[in-house]
Design a protein around this ligand. Structure first.
Ligand code: GZL
Ligand code: ZN
Length: 367
């Protein structure tokens, strides 16, 4: 046997030993027990011997998901679970990191011990992954990133990434705001914006914050404050309440995800403020990201959220494609980007332009 065959054979045998028997698989003890029952007539004689599910050689994927903080995250997890199924020849081991990098690092180390075939990582923030990703590389387990990025100088630490261009998302939102306010005849200096940011250090937060910040500098918009709402509804409400105590001239609330937007709207309406796009009438404009939370989409249709830049969580199919290519010894694209739209109920902006590219607005309104 060549080294590779010996290596693979030993890896498979050792991996089998490390993993609990798959449900329905006969272990030796189970077989003896069934034999005793049959001999003593105590068992259901003639009972169809449960077809010992042959432990076909599944591809084992260890998935370290960063948390369950938002609707986006839940949809993202469901999308991954929907493709790595036994029917597709996979066994998925899912670990929820509860938004803590230390939990994700522990999960990756466990996957290495279990000798999984691939590791999928949705990193909560960008820095602090080099050591554990080196351990995965030394164990010769390919790592594929999804959603957010890791900030590492060593490009060998991951094989591929599937996700969104968050900076483009931020630029799209800012371009929509610029086009809307120019058409509405609102002067740049009359915009007083707060940014309820996502988890600080997450690629989604970094890109969306940068897109807005650059537009504020370019257009002369007044960016009153940036403060993290950690991508959750609770925190979004809390920080909106504190911003309202601090400022009396806010007229645009930029939320870096829909869950924060729902929390912010709760706080705004509790303070007796109206949300909408009629800034001249004193309404507070809310702009958001994701487009997967149904309550937020309903608010968009009613015009309570003026614009949602889509962030597509359904990364399962593209990720499956990447791993299928790796299994065949092919080289997948290093970066695979999701297709994403811009949603609004307001029809004054038909499309937005970013870096010379035009992106159409998809209209959604109350039926
Ligand atoms: C974006 C993702 C962000 C979502 C939030 O890809 O990282 O994290 O926009 C989620 O809803 O919490
Ligand atoms: Zn197996």
């Amino acid at each position: 046997m060549t080294f590779t065959e010996v290596y693979t054979d030993r890896k498979n045998r050792s991996r089998q030993a490390k993993r609990p028997p798959r449900r329905g698989t006969f272990t030796a003890a189970g077989f003896l027990c069934a034999l005793l029952l049959a001999l003593t007539g105590l068992g259901g004689c003639g009972k169809e011997e449960e077809e010992a599910e042959t432990d076909t050689d599944y591809t084992v994927v260890g998935f370290s998901q960063l948390g369950a903080e938002s609707d986006w995250r839940s949809s993202n997890t469901e999308s991954i679970q929907s493709v790595f199924t036994e029917e597709n020849g996979y066994e998925l081991i899912y670990e929820n990191g509860q938004q803590k990098q230390s939990n994700q690092i522990t999960a990756i180390r466990t996957f290495i011990q279990q000798e999984v075939d691939y590791i999928v990582l949705a990193p909560v923030t960008e820095v602090g992954w080099d050591t554990v990703l080196q351990e995965a590389r030394d164990a010769r387990i390919p790592v594929i990133l999804i959603d957010r990025r890791v900030d590492t100088g060593d490009s060998t630490l991951y094989t591929a990434w599937v996700g969104s261009n968050f900076y483009l998302e931020g630029c799209k939102a800012a371009a929509w705001l610029q086009s809307f306010t120019e058409k509405a005849g609102i002067a740049a200096e009359d915009l007083h914006i707060v940014n309820i940011q996502g988890t600080i250090g997450a690629t989604a937060q970094i890109g969306r914050t940068r897109g807005l910040r650059e537009a504020c500098e370019r257009n002369g918009w007044d960016l009153l404050e940036e403060i993290s709402g950690d991508f959750t509804q609770t925190k979004g409400k809390e920080v909106m309440e504190s911003l309202l105590r601090k400022y009396d001239n806010i007229n645009v609330v930029y939320c870096e995800n829909d869950n924060e937007a729902l929390g912010a709207i709760e706080a705004l309406e509790a303070a007796g403020l109206a949300v909408g796009s009629d800034l001249a009438a004193g309404e507070i404009m809310v702009i958001s990201f994701d487009g997967i939370n149904q309550a937020a989409v309903e608010y968009l249709k009613k015009g309570k959220i003026s614009c949602i830049v889509e962030c597509n969580p359904l990364q399962g199919p593209k990720l499956l494609e990447v791993i299928e290519q790796l299994k065949k010894g092919e080289t997948p694209p290093r970066y695979s980007y999701m297709e994403e739209k811009i949603f609004s109920a307001n029809r004054s902006v038909l499309d937005v332009e970013v870096d010379g590219n035009k992106y159409p607005v998809t209209f959604m309104w109350e039926e």
